[in-house]
Ligand binder design. Structure first.
Ligand code: ZN
Length: 393
């Protein structure tokens, strides 16, 4: 049944993918993708709310027979992302996330429509913009209030069922010189720059933060660039930890570095930070069901490619015994995958049961590299077939 749905829809779904890939739009201005996806879902019988919470966000819902069975089963949420990266197009492959979200929703719709008594409930598709640096799902977190489970698929150069992801946030800081007449100014008249130099403050803070790098746990990360912040010379700092509870203490240490720069140069510091992306709490039950469906289908590996070092990893207990080198996903938890990935899907996963499998596409190139964008422009049919198989009942 599912294969019928699949073959009927393959061209149509690939077209959506091509359209989004060929017209990359960055965070918060994904208007074209928004319009395309909402039209597709509306045409397919979903009740669509355009410009939902964000101008390029949307919500689409479906339950067969006018919702007669909606309250008798789960509200299953599929997520589509569709933002590109500045300058490198779809180097994170979010065109494929858009595609897979729609594909999963349409195929599930077919199944529910054919057997509403057997598979009651509701499908919700959330179109979530601005994953790249905008925290779209954090802004839209209330969208998941009535959702029972949420799923999103991400393409990668590694197949990981439950990838570790890091928490991530940014601090924006800048400095202003102290006002003339400041007491300190009297003692500093030899300095033609006057009291407190913003550039000195920035350099001092930069060096402090670089020094901080050697004082933090190995899994934490920090990056700093000097740039204009709110029309003044300043710094943008990205900091990451394994666990959300560490973000506050880490931020406090960074702010101390910034304050030291202000103190040393008699400048005034201004700073703000973005809401953190938090780490994924993958739902292992959901993950096992997902992986189990794939694992039961012999053709999957040839569809999606083979990750060579899969056998070194562990996997979910109930399909571990039959894991072979052609498995699609590894079980990435606690195995030191050493990821640099952060996702606002982590925030969703801490609200509702969720999974975010990373599926392997046939490339060694990592996410956010310009060449990754080329790889995701020609996805082939392997991924879609596997999605289809995973939904086959
Ligand atoms: Zn991504």
């Amino acid at each position: 049944m599912c294969h019928m749905s699949f073959s009927r829809r393959i061209d149509f779904i690939l077209q959506i993918n091509d359209e989004i890939w060929s017209n990359p739009e960055i965070r918060f201005v994904e208007y074209r993708a928004h319009d395309l996806l909402t039209k597709v879902l509306e045409d397919q019988g979903f009740k669509v709310t355009r410009r939902y919470i964000l101008p390029t966000g949307f919500r689409a819902e479906f339950s067969p027979e006018n919702g007669k069975f909606a309250s008798m089963g789960p509200n299953i949420c599929f997520i589509s992302e569709y933002d590109a990266l500045p300058g490198v197009g779809h180097a994170c492959g979010h065109n494929l996330i858009a595609e897979s979200g729609i594909a999963m929703a349409l195929l599930t719709k077919d199944i529910m429509t054919m057997h509403p008594e057997r598979y009651p409930g509701k499908i919700t598709v959330i179109g979530s913009p601005a994953e790249e640096g905008g925290g779209g799902k954090i802004i839209m977190i209330d969208a998941f209030d009535d959702v029972d489970v949420a799923m999103m698929l991400h393409a990668s150069n590694k197949g990981i069922l439950h990838a570790e992801t890091l928490c991530s946030s940014r601090i924006f800081a800048n400095y202003s010189s102290a006002r003339l007449g400041d007491t300190f100014h009297f003692f500093n008249t030899f300095d033609s720059m006057g009291p407190g130099s913003e550039s000195d403050a920035v350099v001092a803070a930069y060096n402090n933060i670089v020094s901080l790098r050697s004082q933090i746990p190995q899994q934490w990360r920090i990056g700093v660039v000097i740039k204009e912040v709110d029309d003044k010379l300043g710094l943008e700092i990205t900091y990451r930890t394994m666990h959300g509870m560490d973000m506050g203490p880490f931020r406090a240490r960074i702010v101390s570095c910034l304050e030291a720069g202000a103190t040393a140069t008699n400048c005034q510091l201004a700073w703000r930070f973005t809401d953190p992306y938090v780490e994924m709490w993958p739902n292992l039950v959901l993950g096992n069901i997902f992986a189990g469906y794939l694992h039961d289908k012999g053709k999957r590996a040839s569809c999606m490619g083979i990750e060579e070092d899969l056998e070194r990893e562990t996997c979910a207990p109930d399909w571990q015994s039959s894991l072979s080198a052609d498995a699609l996903f590894t079980y990435g938890l606690d195995k030191g995958y050493n990821t640099l990935v952060s996702t606002d899907m982590g925030n969703v996963s801490q609200k509702v049961p969720a999974i975010h499998p990373m599926y392997y596409i046939n490339t060694p190139i990592s996410l956010h590299h310009a060449d990754f964008a080329k790889q995701v422009g020609s996805p082939g049919q392997g991924f879609l077939e596997s999605v289809c198989l995973s939904l086959e009942i």
